[in-house]
Design a binder for this molecule. Structure first.
Ligand SMILES: [Fe+2]
Ligand SMILES: [Fe+2]
Length: 141
């Protein structure tokens, strides 16, 4: 495994209060996802085999699927105007994370893990926080 994966990109991403969206289910799911990815990255720093085991144990693919489905259901119920774009971003992360359970190649696995976590955090900042703005506006805040 390349050293830069082991030494820097696999370090945990901290949860920040500024990531909070709804003070409820969305935040809980986001925290679970970040924790699961952090755990898988830490395990992967030891070996890709341990990383794969962590991805399976934490059911990262299942967590992503559940979270995106829950969030997209909210878009529909709230008439969120950016729902189509936001869904496409979810699709991109689904695509990035597909090799986590589908590849036998360690390099592809590690790249998929790092890219999935990086894009998830960026998605949180760029898109989920945008959704929060919509929620606040809807509530007159
Ligand atoms: Fe989202
Ligand atoms: Fe989200």
């Amino acid at each position: 495994m390349p050293a830069n994966y082991r030494d820097s990109l696999l370090r945990p991403v901290p949860w920040l209060e500024s990531f909070d969206i709804d003070g409820d289910v969305m935040d809980v799911e986001h925290k679970w996802l970040i924790e699961a990815f952090n755990h898988a990255c830490l395990q992967t720093a030891q070996s890709a085999t341990l990383g794969r085991q962590a991805v399976a144990d934490c059911d990262i693919i299942g967590l992503l699927a559940t979270h995106f489905a829950n969030e997209e259901e909210l878009f529909d119920s709230l008439d969120y105007p950016d729902g189509a774009l936001h869904r496409r971003e979810h699709d991109h992360i689904r695509w990035l994370s597909t090799p986590l359970m589908a590849t036998c190649d360690d390099h592809t696995f590690v790249r998929s893990l790092i890219q999935s976590r990086t894009f998830l955090v960026e998605h949180l900042i760029r898109h989920d926080l945008g959704f929060k703005t919509h929620l606040l506006h809807r509530d007159g805040k």
